[in-house]
Design a protein around this ligand. Structure first.
Ligand SMILES: [Zn+2]
Length: 380
């Protein structure tokens, strides 16, 4: 998976000849069958061979071996449920081959150079929403980060804080007979409250140090309510959900719960973007429909491209100036004869990704369908 450290390590890698950096979009929402990305992969292999030729025969041999290995890797298959983009970095001369699986789609592309091309991975890292999961009960607090599909536990941040609540409650003093039970209970509650307050402070410090976009809380309902009240507003504003899972839950249970919340947040984000698009069309903030959207892409005005899942239609692409349009055959920009492409929507997505626009696939949105199944929020 992707991390800052891994990207830095890749970027710093030096090899004896050239490095092949290859990105393949395998997003299951647009490419349901492996055959759907076989043709783009073929095209990348061809481009790669052409580019390698410019570096001399020795480099070309190394790149050819890199490409074979990449094609083999893709053919063998991978877990498509959580991988939507692949990045390969290879230098066969040095016996180096690395695959980075991305939970967000990447634009198809191949670069042959003396250093690895990591910028698309940086964009994925920036676009990805980060979650923290904080589980609490009267005895403990646990903190997890859920980023790029991976769950990691960071409960050690609380360790200095964790005192045995019962031991704290048994502290000095001998309450009078009769009220003993109530006094002990009060001390237990006070100690639990102090620990919760401390956990809330520690969680704030930790999440300030390495920020997240969303916080998920979990544990017994009344403890979660109390804990939420103790959180710094910065953390409280980021709480997206409260889960009825025990604070002792296993990593698998936490991960499943986080995945569900992540999916719900994604659906909410999708709906909010479609609403912004609906409101923006006509005001200049957005365009809808194939023709207007392709025009905005060509003019590099797109900030977010929205596409209905499964939308495909044919169109035209100019090889010379990259113009995209619904009608051919002569390019209205440079008058070159354009190519008829089977799916101009796919070309639009690639173009958007290549220009570092955000691409949002939208599931079952009647609002977007009415707008023509494709649209864009504009930069200007
Ligand atoms: Zn043209």
């Amino acid at each position: 998976m992707i991390s800052e450290d891994r990207i830095r390590e890749l970027a710093g890698r030096r090899t004896s000849t050239v490095v092949t950096s290859c990105y393949l979009d395998v997003d299951g929402r647009r490419h349901p069958r492996p055959a759907d990305y076989a043709a783009p992969l073929e095209r990348l292999m061809r481009d790669g061979r052409e580019r390698a030729a410019g570096f001399g025969p020795e480099a070309a041999r190394s790149v050819a071996a890199d490409l074979d290995r990449i094609a083999d890797w893709v053919r063998r298959g991978f877990d498509r449920s959580r991988v939507r983009g692949l990045a390969f970095f290879a230098c066969s001369d040095d016996g180096w081959f690395e695959v980075v699986e991305s939970p967000l789609p990447v634009a198809n592309g191949i670069v042959v150079n003396h250093t690895p091309h990591v910028r698309p991975l940086e964009s994925v890292l920036q676009a990805y929403e980060r979650f923290a999961v904080v589980l609490v009960d009267r005895q403990r607090a646990r903190l997890f980060r859920f980023e790029l599909g991976e769950l990691t536990e960071h409960t050690e941040v609380f360790e200095a804080a964790l005192r045995d609540v019962t031991a704290a409650a048994a502290g000095p003093g001998h309450p009078a007979q009769g009220s003993r039970g109530a006094a002990v209970q009060r001390r237990i509650d006070e100690a639990a409250h102090r620990n919760l307050k401390h956990a809330a402070d520690v969680a704030f410090a930790e999440l300030q140090r390495r920020p997240v976009d969303h916080v998920i809380l979990g544990g017994p309902h009344e403890v979660v309510v109390e804990f939420e009240g103790l959180l710094h507003p910065w953390v409280r504003q980021r709480v997206v959900d409260r889960l009825a899972i025990p604070a002792t839950a296993g990593a698998d249970e936490v991960r499943q719960a986080a995945l569900c919340v992540e999916a719900a947040v994604a659906r909410r984000n999708e709906a909010a973007l479609v609403e912004r698009l609906r409101d923006g069309v006509g005001t200049g903030a957005g365009v809808a429909g194939l023709e207007a959207t392709l025009a905005a892409l060509v003019e590099r005005r797109v900030d977010v491209l929205l596409v209905s899942d499964g939308y495909e239609t044919e169109g035209w692409r100019c090889r010379s100036c990259r113009y995209l349009g619904p009608l051919g055959r002569r390019c209205p920009v440079c008058a070159t004869e354009m190519d008829l492409v089977a799916d101009v929507v796919e070309e639009a997505v690639e173009e958007a990704l290549a220009n570092s626009c955000r691409v949002q696939m939208v599931r079952e949105s009647a609002d977007l369908d009415v707008l023509g199944r494709i649209g864009a929020l504009l930069r200007f």
